[in-house]
Design a protein around this ligand. Structure first.
Ligand code: NAP
Ligand code: 12T
Length: 340
């Protein structure tokens, strides 16, 4: 198979750099690669397969001859440039929240709804990181027992907010340990040694946008509007790896052993659940890994058919870069990259 011309918009960011690593790791068929970012990065170089490549300015003209464009340069940039990229004939896989709920745009997690890719019109959206890891774990259970309701609380790493947030947590830890005051620029309050019950902006209903992304995206990806979802999303002082406490109520009863078996044989999931040996998923172990880790599987004894579990994944890999590249692989497998 001949290689593809790939563009990465936001190549210098946390997600963009991880995309380059994932493309390399998985031997994605790359004929050539274009690294795009803002004027701030023009003149910089990034390494791809051992070669130093120049970063170019993202513009409407960046996409002529490009087969697939992976976008992770923020919602505004996606809104502005994804349509012209699609018009130029390439397929855009967009990591921002700009297009996710657009009915014309498939929202895809390859383990869950790969078939939705088929309907694309030039843009495919990558879901929110917290949603991705949750639906990977819940879809196999939904198929067997039909999930009626999901209650989720997240413990989200700062890397989800990008390079500046990683630097803010590092800087605050260093300052506080030296008896100085923490500087807060990215987050409204100190994140070091703290938990912030706010991710993204507040909406009129009192929930945050991140919480409503989990509610709405879950229904769209699972293809089932009847699932009731409620979420509380919390930022914690962790660098990489989102953790989630997830409670589900199902139509059919599932035992803990059944849940373990279903998840152990499902794609993209690693069950880590030996309480007697103190084995459970943790962010520090999930960081750098591709799988979604599930443990602490228990029956919810307060209701008839309920299960509690703890779901952890690397938010930058499966939550962003890896899922986007997997969508690219699925596009190639299904011969859905457009030929003009
Ligand atoms: P980051 O580390 O702050 O990097 C931002 C990237 O976007 C940089 O490459 C930056 O280029 C580029 N950029 C910003 N404004 C631009 C513009 N006007 N024109 C061209 N490039 C521009 O952030 P990140 O963590 O990589 O996240 C990037 C985006 O990915 C987020 O805004 C979000 O939309 C998305 N994301 C999605 C998920 C998910 O849940 N799936 C998770 C994390 C992030 P410069 O270096 O030149 O400034
Ligand atoms: N605010 O792509 O700050 O919807 O962790 C992902 C991550 C938005 C998104 C974060 C965010 C998104 C964050």
């Amino acid at each position: 198979m001949s290689g593809k011309v790939v563009a990465v918009a936001g190549a210098t960011g946390v997600v963009g750099r991880e995309m380059l690593r994932v493309l390399e790791d998985r031997n994605f068929p790359v004929k050539s690669i274009k690294l795009l970012a803002s004027e701030r990065s023009v003149g910089k170089t990034l390494k791809f397969k051992g070669e130093d490549l120049p970063v170019e300015l993202l513009s409407d003209d960046s996409f002529n001859g490009v087969d697939i464009a992976l976008f992770s340069a923020g919602g505004g940039t996606s809104k502005r440039f994804a349509p012209s990229a699609a018009k130029a004939g390439c397929v855009v896989v967009d990591n921002s929240s700009a297009w996710r709920m657009d009915p014309e745009v498939p929202l895809v997690v390859p383990e869950v709804n790969p078939g939705d890719i088929q309907k694309h019109k030039g843009i495919i959206a990558n879901p929110n990181c917290s949603t991705i890891q949750m639906v990977v774990a819940l879809k196999p259970l939904h198929d067997v027992a039909k999930i009626k309701r999901i209650v989720v609380s997240t413990y989200q790493a700062v890397s989800g907010t990008g390079q500046k947030a990683i630097a803010e947590l590092e800087g605050q830890i260093a300052k506080l340990m030296n008896g100085k005051e923490a500087e807060c620029k990215v987050y409204p309050y100190q994140i070091a040694f703290n938990c912030l019950p706010q991710i993204d902006v507040f909406l009129d209903n009192g929930y945050t946008k991140e919480e409503m992304k989990m509610v709405n995206e879950t229904k769209k990806i699972m293809g089932d509007d009847s699932i009731r979802v409620t979420a509380t999303t919390v930022r914690v002082p962790v660098f990489y790896g989102h953790s989630e406490s997830v409670n589900i109520e199902t139509e059919k009863k599932l035992s803990v052993e059944e849940v373990r078996q279903i998840l152990a044989s499902a794609p993209g999931i690693m069950v880590e659940d030996f309480p007697e040996k103190k084995v459970y998923p943790m962010a520090i172990n999930a960081a750098g890994q591709d799988d979604v880790f599930v443990g602490r599987i228990r029956e919810d004894e307060s209701i008839e058919n309920g299960i509690n579990m703890w779901i952890v994944a690397d938010n930058i890999r499966k939550g962003a870069a890896l899922n986007a590249v997997q969508i690219g692989e699925e596009l190639i497998r299904r011969n859905l990259l457009r030929v003009l």
